[in-house]
Design a protein around this ligand. Structure first.
Ligand SMILES: *Cc1c(COP(=O)(O)O)cnc(C)c1O
Length: 363
């Protein structure tokens, strides 16, 4: 039996996507240069950003591109304000501290969305802040932050916005022709349904050019990474060629599915089935329903003896791999709604959970 992954990434991919990796590519060969250009163009198209931004892919996991973007775009004399309501916001604070940037955090409880009014007041009170970083969907809980309102407040105050859209890019609406943002960071292995190993940033061209010389790192310097692509179309350093080929196929499949709106509709149906079914089985949602993005849902433990490890193992034995740990501070666990999975998978999942709870194999 092949298992399905209900994790926020790596996640279940389509066979066509995995099959795109069954080939060797010379990274400096014309075919691969063309593939790189296609992927960069398609990434911009997903966010309607072709006129304003450039796409800069980077080897590594999602955290690598976040670290690269912070180090490249926030200069040594700048100040970063990070809006924190979960582990990924905290991670950006750590990244900025580690590379010696001036950084401050504005924090909320992990079950509360970022409040744009508070952000506006913080920006009013501190003229030294040049950049604001926010997590679009905080994957810690699956909470959706009010991105449009935050972006409006940051733009009105004349500061630059950096968006970690890692777990939302490709599904939740993001239109950079109307939403003011200096940079958006995401990766291959979440809503784009590619395989892991690649991050990318969409960066306003002017801001990127102006960031020349900022990065404290050679390999994470996104200005130099971009100049490589613009120069001869090649990657500076060895790219994960198969991962890029898979991402190219995944982006074609996204378009064939009907783009981000169609993908969001599929994920939303997955999430509705999951949340309603879990509530019936005694697992309440951690967040208020209207704060929950259809990306990954966090459930409280039930009001009865429950051993998560046994629950996890019993589900894995039935072919469903859920997230093995928690990031949230609450007694909870998470199930992803994204990937090449649909309503029928979630109905089967709920039947399996019902069976596990009835046979008390998780007590
Ligand atoms: C997945 C994710 C990341 C990156 O995590 P990696 O494990 O480095 O890929 C960053 N931010 C958010 C919001 C994420 O969901």
């Amino acid at each position: 039996m092949t298992s399905i992954l209900l994790t926020p990434g790596p996640l279940t991919t389509r066979e066509e996507t995995r099959r795109a990796m069954l080939r060797d590519w010379g990274s400096r060969d014309g075919d691969f240069i063309a593939l790189t250009a296609e992927v960069r163009r398609r990434l911009l198209a997903v966010a309607n950003a072709a006129d304003s931004h450039v796409a800069v892919p980077l080897q590594g996991s999602g955290t690598f591109i976040v670290e690269a973007a912070i180090g490249t775009l926030v200069g040594p004399n700048d100040k970063l304000l990070v809006l924190v309501n979960g582990a990924y916001g905290e991670r950006i604070v750590k990244i900025a501290q580690r590379i010696g940037r001036t950084v401050e955090a504005l924090t909320w409880e992990e079950i509360e969305p970022v409040d744009p009014g508070r952000v506006a007041r913080a920006l009013d009170a501190d003229a030294a802040i040049t950049h604001v970083a926010v997590i679009h969907c905080e994957t810690t809980t699956g909470l959706l932050n009010p991105l449009a309102d935050i972006a409006a407040v940051v733009a009105k105050a004349g500061r630059k916005l950096l968006i970690d859209a890692m777990s939302s890019f490709g599904a939740l609406p993001l239109d950079l022709s109307s939403l003011p943002a200096t940079a958006v960071m995401a990766s291959s292995n979440k809503c784009l349904e590619g395989t892991p190993g690649l991050g990318f940033a969409l960066i306003e061209k002017q801001a990127l050019v102006a960031a020349q010389g900022n990065s404290p790192s050679l390999s994470f310097d996104l200005v130099e990474q971009w100049r490589g692509f613009e120069g001869n179309g090649q990657w500076r350093f060895t790219p994960p060629v198969q991962v890029l080929a898979a991402l190219g196929e995944a982006l074609r499949l996204l378009e064939a599915e009907g783009g981000p709106a169609a993908r969001l509709a599929r994920y939303s149906e997955n999430c509705d089935i999951l949340v309603d079914g879990m509530a019936r089985l005694g697992f309440p949602l951690l967040l208020e329903r209207d704060l929950q993005a259809p990306i990954i849902a966090t459930f409280r433990h039930p009001d009865r003896p429950f051993a998560f490890e046994r629950f996890y193992e019993a589900l894995a034995a039935r072919g469903f791999v859920i997230y093995p740990g928690k990031l949230s501070k609450a007694e909870s666990f998470r199930i992803g709604c994204i990937g090449a999975v649909d309503a029928s998978d979630f109905r089967r999942l709920l039947a399996a959970i019902q069976d596990i709870m009835e046979t008390r194999s998780a007590a």
